[in-house]
Design a protein around this ligand. Structure first.
Ligand code: ADP
Ligand code: MG
Length: 334
């Protein structure tokens, strides 16, 4: 059974960046306003995330790495939502099958933190010979999750990552995107042992500030705001896109649907087509879209390897978005 679980977990978590995305979403779900990420060897040796969210209660620590353990379904009162609520309660479980996981967490109600270690979904002793139970320790309110030796027991996957700096870049890209989408949350991302962080955002920074910090002020000063909603199609969109007179170095398409980082091919292609007709040949757009859909029309809790999301009335919604984009870009080319 352990081998089956490990293979299944290896299918879910393909690389360190997949694991980190799940951990960031958990921190955001916990209401964190400060998220600090520390990486060693592209996340394969160490992937650590510290947040100041609401924490995990001592009595929940023994089960958080068991499959289908989730505290997040109660927010849905109707059954249709639950049925479409895809990947739930599987992230920590999967990670614990393919890495050594340590969680230290404290809630506001508790006067100390508790630390627990996991393997294959279950608690293991913190130290050899100790009991398999959470141990009290010092710590701030919030949660620290340490993932060590990712894929230690899946050698073919571990060996696929020769270039750990490429893996680090994928991680940093994920953190960058979440920081653009979550103003009001301070994100830090750095490599273990380096003095300066590769990303450090302030809680007070605006979306445009954060985009400028990451992609450069050349990009952020050429952005236009896109904002619209349609009550019959049940969508609302907000975003920043590069204007039709400016090209970024590399096409950047950042799409959040209901606060999850996802992809949608139809929308991506539509966006590329619109810019293709307006930008000179070889020029690239920057597009960040925050799309809100009625929860029952989309399941954003996609399997970590499948970023692609589909939703109800997709054709009409994409067409409406593209039309908006076209109008806004046209108004900037004088
Ligand atoms: P899901 O997020 O789908 O519920 P996960 O496996 O990602 O499943 O997490 C399992 C549970 O562990 C969550 O439902 C939550 O209760 C708890 N949890 C995980 N990470 C955190 C965190 N950073 N802060 C507070 N609780 C957390
Ligand atoms: Mg989760």
């Amino acid at each position: 059974q352990a081998v089956v679980n490990r293979i299944a977990a290896g299918e879910i978590i393909h690389r360190a960046a997949n694991a980190l995305k799940e951990l960031i979403e958990n921190s955001l779900d916990a209401g964190a306003t400060n998220i600090q990420i520390l990486i060693k060897e592209g996340g394969l040796k160490l992937l650590q995330i510290q947040d100041n969210g609401h924490g995990i209660q001592q009595e929940d620590l023994p089960i958080v790495c068991e499959r289908f353990t989730t505290s997040k379904l109660k927010t849905f009162d109707d059954l249709t939502s639950i049925q479409t609520y895809g990947f739930r309660g599987e992230a920590l479980a999967s990670i614990s099958h393919i890495a050594h996981v340590t969680i230290t967490s404290r809630t506001t109600a508790s006067n100390c933190a508790y630390r627990a270690k996991y393997s294959d979904g279950h608690l293991v002793p913190i130290k050899p010979g100790a009991a398999s139970e959470p141990r009290p320790c010092a710590g701030n309110v919030g949660t620290q999750i340490t993932v060590e030796d990712l894929f230690y027991n899946v050698p073919f996957r571990r060996n696929a990552f020769k270039n750990t700096s490429e893996e680090y870049n994928r991680i940093l890209d994920i953190v960058n995107r979440y920081s653009i989408h979550n103003t009001g949350v301070s994100f830090t991302c750095k490599k273990l042992g380096t003095a300066t962080a590769d990303l450090h955002t302030a809680t007070s920074a605006s979306t445009v500030n954060v985009i400028g910090q990451i992609y450069g002020s050349q990009v952020s000063t050429h952005l236009v705001k896109l904002e619209c909603q349609d009550n019959s199609l049940q969508f609302k969109v907000k975003g920043y896109v590069s204007n039709a007179n400016y090209s970024v170095k590399k096409t950047t398409f950042i799409l959040f649907i209901n606060h999850r980082l996802v992809d949608n091919n139809a929308l991506r292609r539509g966006v590329e087509t619109v810019y293709g007709t307006m930008l000179p040949k070889g020029a690239h757009p920057f597009v960040y879209l925050d799309l809100a859909l009625a929860p029952e029309n989309v399941d954003v809790n996609v399997h970590p390897t499948k970023r692609e999301v589909h939703f109800l009335n997709e054709d009409q919604i994409v067409a409406a978005l593209i039309e908006q984009l076209q109008a806004i870009l046209a108004s900037t080319t004088e």
